[in-house]
Design a protein. Structure first.
Length: 479
């Protein structure tokens, strides 16, 4: 079905070759005798500044042109101010309400999504756009004709006003001449008044008639001048009305341009902010990844140190047990030597019973309790276990942050390493203190296990010395 419109040519500007051919095929059946032109922006790029848009009656424009830094709306706004730019219909494959509002505000006649497109809808949009543009051009032509007619009338009135002023000046000059002649005659008649009284009466009558005629002509000229002034004022009011209308149109154009400029500026700023946020997030992701890798290495190192510490503690426990047995044996030998020196002949009990009694009697004088070391070791292991669990939670949290956190906040890796460093320091201090005690006792017993000057109580920790002194009196009474 071909609608009766005076269409001659239609330009299809789209990056999809198959879609252009489909539109051309469908519209050729609807608009018979109309020439269709295709423009491929992917192949030819953006139309040059000298591109002749005026030879097309309607432009079908795609929003996404696959041209870097350019879309259909940008292309329209750049070229719409050119003379005889064709009415435009915009098509898009994926749009939204915001885009539709922007497109229609920019001056595009219609906006259609490709997924809702059909031939009848597109044909009707083309026809309406062409007819609306045709009507606007006719109205502009009529407005120009009216303005020209008004200008001609104003010029004619100005010419008439000038001629009227010249005529008034001419008549005033003539009247001035006549008045001067009459004054001369009156002066002559006054001189002859006595002798020519009748002639003076006639002159007076003539003078009165002349003055009446002058007043009448002046009144007529005043009426004509007032009418001309009223006409001029009416023309000035019409001119002012047309000027106000033109100013309103220009104001609307300026407001539209300003609105478009603000929206474009806002979109540009938003794009810049999003790009900067994206770069910042990428940098933070890299930093957090490095931190996590560092924490994993620290974890492996910590586990290795934990195994080494367990081995060291087991070895230290064995050495403490050996030192304990050596200390018991030394004290037994020392006590036996003292008894022999004082001449006491006491039968030595069985070695097994002696050792058991010695161990039992010496349990209050033991300098170092291996169970205490084991308890402290277990406490350290427990603390390390808690720190490892906290580290695991932090690592898991940071892995989630790497994938999902877009807040832009950074994580300080030192906050994750402080608990581990504090625990290493505590562990180091405890081991150094125990090592000093063990080394001191080894040196004392190696020098002379039976030396009388060495009191085993002096090797006891200060924390246990008071307890041993309290228990000493009770042991003497039992022995």
């Amino acid at each position: 079905m071909n609608k009766k419109v005076d269409l001659k040519s239609i330009l299809i500007l789209d990056d999809d070759v198959e879609f252009r051919k489909l539109l051309k095929s469908l519209l050729s059946e609807y608009f018979q005798g109309v020439e269709f032109y295709e423009y491929d922006p992917v192949e030819k790029g953006e139309p040059a500044d000298g591109f002749d848009w005026s030879k097309f009656d309607v432009l079908i424009l795609d929003y996404y042109l696959c041209v870097h830094g350019l879309n259909g709306l940008d292309l329209f706004q750049k070229n719409r101010i050119k003379a005889n730019f064709p009415p435009t219909i915009m098509l898009t494959g994926a749009g939204n309400e915001e885009l539709a509002i922007r497109v229609l505000k920019s001056g595009i006649k219609d906006y259609i999504r490709k997924d809702k497109l059909n031939t009848a809808m597109l044909a009707e949009a083309i026809t309406n756009a062409y007819e609306e543009n045709h009507v606007e051009r006719n109205e502009q032509g009529k407005l120009q004709e009216v303005n020209a007619e008004i200008a001609r009338e104003i010029n004619q009135l100005r010419r008439m006003k000038s001629e009227a002023e010249e005529q008034v000046q001419k008549e005033r000059a003539e009247h001035s001449t006549e008045v001067a002649a009459l004054k001369a005659q009156l002066e002559s008649l006054e001189e002859e008044k006595q002798t020519h009284q009748d002639a003076a009466d006639d002159v007076q009558r003539i003078k009165s008639e002349a003055e009446g005629q002058v007043q009448k002509e002046r009144a007529e000229h005043s009426t004509e001048v007032a009418a001309l002034k009223a006409q001029l004022e009416s023309l000035e009011e019409e001119k002012q009305t047309h000027q106000d209308a033109a100013d309103d149109v220009q104001k609307m154009k300026n407001e539209a341009k300003e609105l478009i400029s603000k929206e474009y500026s806002a979109l540009t700023k938003r794009t810049t902010v999003l790009r900067m946020q994206s770069q910042k997030i990428e940098k933070q992701k890299e930093k957090i990844k490095k931190t996590v890798e560092k924490l994993l290495l620290e974890k492996e190192k910590f586990l290795a140190e934990r195994r080494n510490h367990a081995e060291e503690m087991a070895k230290a426990k064995k050495e403490l047990e050996n030192d304990k047995r050596e200390l018991v044996a030394a004290k037994t030998k020392q006590k036996t030597a003292k008894e022999e020196k004082h001449g006491k002949h006491i039968k030595l009990p069985d070695e097994k019973v002696t050792n058991e009694k010695t161990i039992k009697s010496d349990q209050f004088n033991d300098a170092i309790d291996p169970d205490e070391l084991l308890d402290q070791t277990q406490i350290l292991h427990k603390q390390k276990k808690n720190v490892i669990e906290e580290k695991a939670e932090v690592i898991e949290t940071h892995e989630k942050v790497i994938d999902f956190d877009l807040s832009g906040e950074s994580v300080d890796p030192d906050e994750l390493l402080d608990p581990s460093q504090e625990l290493h320091k505590q562990k180091k201090n405890v081991i150094e203190e125990k090592a000093e005690v063990i080394e001191t006792r080894k040196k004392d017993f190696d020098s002379d296990p039976l030396d009388k000057s060495i009191d085993p109580d002096e090797l006891i920790d200060p924390t246990q010395k008071s307890n041993n002194q309290k228990n000493g009196s009770g042991q003497d009474e039992d022995s």
